[in-house]
Write a protein that binds this ligand. Structure first.
Ligand code: SAH
Length: 668
């Protein structure tokens, strides 16, 4: 058939190159593979038509342009290993095998697989391995692949397939919520847990049927071959429409359905719940509802929050009914007191105590602080502990920590002094103290009433705080990174102490839990955070959930150490994620932005926007510069929780019960 070469050349020029496919390898391979050999005899004269054609079992051989587009977008190169799902006639596999080193192809229908295998043999494609089965599970034994191409459309991109991509690997697949209408999607694995997604246009493929595809096997009518087409890329839907489509409305906080919405994250080792300010009631209430669910239904036993260890420890003793070991000072006296001494936290703490009350010790959930602003209280806690178990060591501790006591009220001045002195004056003393404690663990834990871990963590706080206060004088990234690393390590110690199946919920600001690599923090200021470190450590076993709002009120101060005020939050700025969500007009919702979910929305949200961060200080007049940073939301979070209108937290006052606030939580 001498003229098929000419037919192929024409096909490449008119149908493929003319539509913008430029990839040299693809075009060259399309010039070589005899397409007519992959269709039934009566259809051979149509083999080079600009359309898909029917093959056996009600399936189709894809239109030449689509085969070329997928292979070009998957950027298949010599030497690579490729997986094809839905080998059908075997044609696309043959084109890919012309470029790549090895092609692994899976076909669900045995009859088609047999025909394709016979063709590969006859035409000499000896670098294709074909098997019959469900391709939605991939081919784990042959993974990782440099490229994965799916020739049938599923409701979402199966996670198992993404995991089988090599670093830098590309996956091309038709994805759509309707069986016969999809959007072609390209996913590139840019890091261990990083995937970048791009929508390529609308397509029509036969359905992908299997465990991670469509479940039912309803017959697909294929009387006429469906014309596969691509719409121009700019026929996009509105952003507001895409958000509305993806938004899962959230019920009332005390409706159990609220927490259930987050069950998809219940398999994670750590669930990190953010907040877009330190003084918004809705964020606390939502975290309360989600945490209750994770604790009650999914066995999470560690609640670790952005608070100081000794403060949280007094809550912990209360919720786990551990007898108080010292009357000490009341918890959460340090600015900003409203962050933890508020009615929402109070409600959660009451619930947690009640929940634990009915349970055996080992099943109780604990409440822990990740932060390091408690140098003074932590030194005292270590000394108190040693007074009880080893008075001689307590004496040593007093001497060593004595190095820091002149600055215990104003630890930042220690940093100043150390920098002026030119060396880390107390570094060795605090490191020695921790070392000594750890060396005597066995001895102390014999009869210390289970208090060693608390003492150890306090000794860690002192060591890290010493370094933190020095670092403040070297620039912000360094001290920020020390603090977030300390928080992450504390979380890690909690998980280790809880055993192999321990799982944690973290409550901290979005700036700590949203992966810093996807915000100005990481990209411009070299800052890392807990979210990033968790992803690096736990991969997709870390769920990062961000929170946002448009406007309302917030509890905050104008300056550090100034009184709390209830302030109006400005409506969100144009060019921000908050504005996009506000325009979608969904009052409260969850949007799942993990890889494979809502591909078009994810892609559009991946374009950098501003994002608002309100901490304990809010300065509405300089809001743009004080509070907005650039971010890429779908990289930063796995999900985003939106409350369009929000209100300030209510600080605990005398009206909230006798003795409150001074002795909270003990006077409950
Ligand atoms: N690449 C093929 C296209 C065939 S059509 C070609 O150009 O000839 C898609 C094929 O996917 C069909 O043959 C269908 O049987 C197959 N398929 C559907 N679901 C599948 C699954 N879960 N695993 C493997 N193949 C599947």
């Amino acid at each position: 058939m001498g003229d098929t070469r000419l037919q192929r050349e024409r096909m490449v020029q008119r149908q493929i190159a003319a539509r913008g496919v430029r990839d040299h390898y693809t075009l060259e391979a399309m010039r070589q593979v005899p397409r007519e050999e992959f269709v039934a005899k009566p259809l051979r004269e149509f083999a080079y038509e600009d359309s898909p054609l029917p093959i056996e079992a009600g399936q189709t051989i894809s239109q030449p342009y689509i085969v070329a587009l997928m292979i070009a977008e998957a950027r298949i190169r010599p030497g690579e290993r490729v997986l094809e799902i839905g080998a059908g006639s075997g044609y696309a596999a043959a084109v890919m095998a012309t470029i790549a080193q090895r092609v692994y192809a899976i076909e669900r229908v045995p009859e088609l697989a047999a025909l394709a295998r016979e063709r590969f043999e006859r035409l000499g494609y000896d670098n294709i391995e074909l098997r019959t089965g469900d391709g939605t599970r991939g081919w784990p034994e042959a993974a990782p692949f440099d490229a994965i191409v799916a020739a049938a459309g599923g409701p979402e991109i199966p996670d198992v397939l993404l995991r089988q991509l090599a670093p830098g690997g590309r996956l091309v697949m038709p994805v759509g919520t309707m069986r016969d209408q999809q959007r072609l999607v390209l996913v590139t694995r840019t890091g261990n847990e990083r995937f970048v997604q791009k929508a390529l246009g609308d397509v029509r493929f036969v359905p992908l049927i299997g465990e991670h595809g469509w479940r039912d096997d309803a017959p697909v009518t294929m009387a006429e071959p469906t014309r596969t087409h691509l719409r121009s890329r700019d026929v996009g839907r509105s952003m507001a429409g895409l958000i509305r489509e993806a938004a899962e409305p959230l019920p009332a906080f005390d409706d159990p359905a609220f927490g259930k919405r987050f069950d998809r994250f219940a398999d994670a080792r750590v669930v990190l719940l953010g907040e877009a300010s330190h003084g918004t009631s809705e964020f606390y209430r939502a975290r309360d509802a989600i945490t209750r669910r994770l604790v009650q239904a999914h066995g999470f036993k560690i609640i670790a929050v952005e608070a100081d260890w000794p403060d949280a420890a007094s809550i912990d003793r209360h919720v786990r009914s551990v007898p108080g070991v010292r009357d000490g000072e009341p918890a959460f006296q340090r600015f900003p007191t409203w962050m933890w001494r508020n009615t929402d936290v109070d409600r959660f703490v009451r619930w947690l105590r009640q929940h634990n009350h009915l349970l055996a010790d080992s099943r109780r959930a604990g409440f822990y602080g990740l932060d390091l602003y408690s140098m003074n209280a932590s030194m005292r806690a270590v000394i108190d502990y040693l007074d009880g178990v080893d008075p001689e060591a307590a004496h040593v501790a007093r001497t060593r920590y004595g190095c820091l006591t002149p600055w215990s009220k104003e630890p930042a001045q220690y940093g100043h002094m150390a920098v002026t002195a030119g060396y880390a004056v107390c570094e060795d003393a605090v490191a020695d103290m921790l070392r000594m404690l750890l060396l005597r663990r066995m001895e102390y834990t014999k009869n210390d009433g289970g208090r060693f871990f608390d003492a150890e963590q306090n000794a860690r706080v002192v060591r890290d705080a010493e370094a933190y206060y020095r670092a403040i004088y070297y620039g912000s990234a360094e001290s920020w990174n020390l603090r977030d690393t300390h928080m992450f390590q504390t979380l890690q110690h909690l998980l280790d102490a809880g055993g192999a199946d321990s799982r944690a919920v973290v409550w901290a600001h979005n700036s700590h839990i949203g992966d810093a690599r996807h915000t100005g923090m990481g990209q411009q200021r070299d800052e890392l955070n807990i979210g990033q470190l968790c992803r690096e450590q736990f991969g997709d076993q870390a769920a990062l959930i961000g929170f946002g709002t448009d406007s309302g009120t917030v509890a905050a101060a104008s300056n550090w150490d100034e009184p709390m005020q209830v302030m109006q939050v400005n409506p969100s700025m144009a060019g921000s994620y908050e504005r996009l969500f506000h325009e979608a007009a969904v009052p409260r919702c969850l949007v799942d932005v993990r890889a494979g979910q809502h591909p078009e929305l994810r892609e559009r949200l991946s374009e950098t926007q501003l994002e608002r961060f309100i901490g304990v200080i809010y300065r509405p007049h300089t809001e743009r510069w004080s509070h907005y940073t650039e971010a890429e939301l779908p990289g930063q979070f796995d999900a985003y929780v939106w409350f369009d209108k929000t209100s300030a937290v209510t600080p605990l006052t005398k009206e909230h019960g006798s003795g409150v606030p001074e002795t909270w939580p003990f006077a409950l």
